[in-house]
Design a binder for this molecule. Structure first.
Ligand code: SF4
Length: 322
């Protein structure tokens, strides 16, 4: 097993939100006691329904949002100990929507070169331009696009610009948050193949956040399943897709993926809708939707079981409960 490059240890992220008129404010646990390691060289898929906390977790790993409790470490050092520049050199994002994540008033050359300018890397304008052009070429953007604007490009080309903007920093880790969900199906596989090629060429490590299980199966080497702020199952991709253990993972895999990628929610056919994170169910938070729930599930949260097959949080695997 390779070493942990990025690691979350009992990480929590709470938000204080209004519970409604005259009802004051309540704490929303977007991420609730997550321990997870991103190992060097792997593609870790993070899946779950919209609102489960996966994008919040991604933002914390990018240093864009502090943890309310617990610790995030990069190569064993707390993330908070890194300067913004140091962190940007090592961890870069690719966001979902190439239509809104690129400044429409800047040319492609300026967009790709912006992180270098912001962080004072390649101060010499000619050297910076050369690095931008080389990176554009690597991701399949013709040199003529250097002076183009985002609205002159297709969705796939725009996402290539976003990938170039991340790679120009020569990072070690990419946090890819739904990198293909805003694209046409025909373009999605091109972008996934590009990400895979770039990973091999630059020896990168990816966290791939996606609601699309087909995307995750295509590219991820390991998968973590998130539900209401917790990781409920973690396993190698082949293991997880062949023999899922957590009832929620099984429901996700049995789900029919939405024909509208932009909706971002697989239809889990669970009958009961996703719980209000402000008022999570007691015990196992999945119990109102779980066809295998036992009396204990309503009273006690399951402990995590870690073994050769991965890690799962469910009373079905707890010998003391069965
Ligand atoms: Fe279902 Fe109980 Fe397992 Fe939760 S702990 S997933 S309710 S069987």
């Amino acid at each position: 097993m390779s070493e942990a490059l990025l690691e979350l240890v009992e990480v929590e992220r709470r938000f204080s939100v209004s519970a409604g008129l005259f009802r004051g404010r309540r704490a929303l646990h977007a991420v609730n006691g997550v321990s997870l390691a991103l190992r060097r060289g792997e593609v870790l898929g993070l899946v779950g329904e919209s609102g489960c906390g996966k994008s919040t977790l991604g933002r914390m790993l990018l240093g864009l949002m502090p943890a309310s409790a617990g610790e995030i470490r990069l190569e064993g050092r707390p993330l908070a100990a890194f300067s913004t520049r140091e962190l940007a050199r090592r961890v870069q994002p690719i966001f979902q929507d190439p239509y809104s994540s690129l400044n429409p008033r800047k040319t492609v050359g300026a967009i790709v070169g912006l992180p270098l300018a912001v962080h004072g890397i390649e101060a010499d304008a000619r050297a910076r331009r050369k690095r931008v052009q080389e990176t554009m070429e690597r991701v399949g953007l013709p040199p003529r696009f250097f002076h183009s604007y985002p609205n002159q490009l297709s969705g796939g080309q725009r996402q290539r610009v976003a990938i170039a903007r991340a790679l120009v920093m020569r990072p070690e880790i990419l946090i890819c948050d739904e990198p293909t969900s805003a694209l046409d199906v025909s373009v999605q596989s091109q972008i996934l193949n590009l990400l895979e090629d770039m990973r091999r060429e630059f020896d990168l490590t990816y966290l791939l956040i996606s609601h699309n299980l087909a995307v995750v199966e295509h590219i991820a080497t390991r998968v973590a399943v998130m539900y209401l702020g917790r990781i409920v199952e973690e396993a190698d991709t082949v293991q997880l897709f062949r023999a899922p253990r957590h009832p929620y993972t099984r429901a996700l895999l049995a789900s029919v993926l939405t024909p509208e990628p932009g909706l971002g929610v697989p239809d889990t056919h669970l009958g009961v809708s996703y719980p209000n994170p402000l008022d999570p169910p007691p015990g196992c938070t999945f119990h109102p939707r779980c066809g295998e729930a036992m009396p204990v599930c309503r009273e006690r949260a399951p402990a995590a079981l870690a073994d050769v097959r991965g890690r799962v949080e469910c009373h079905l695997y707890d010998n003391a409960v069965k």
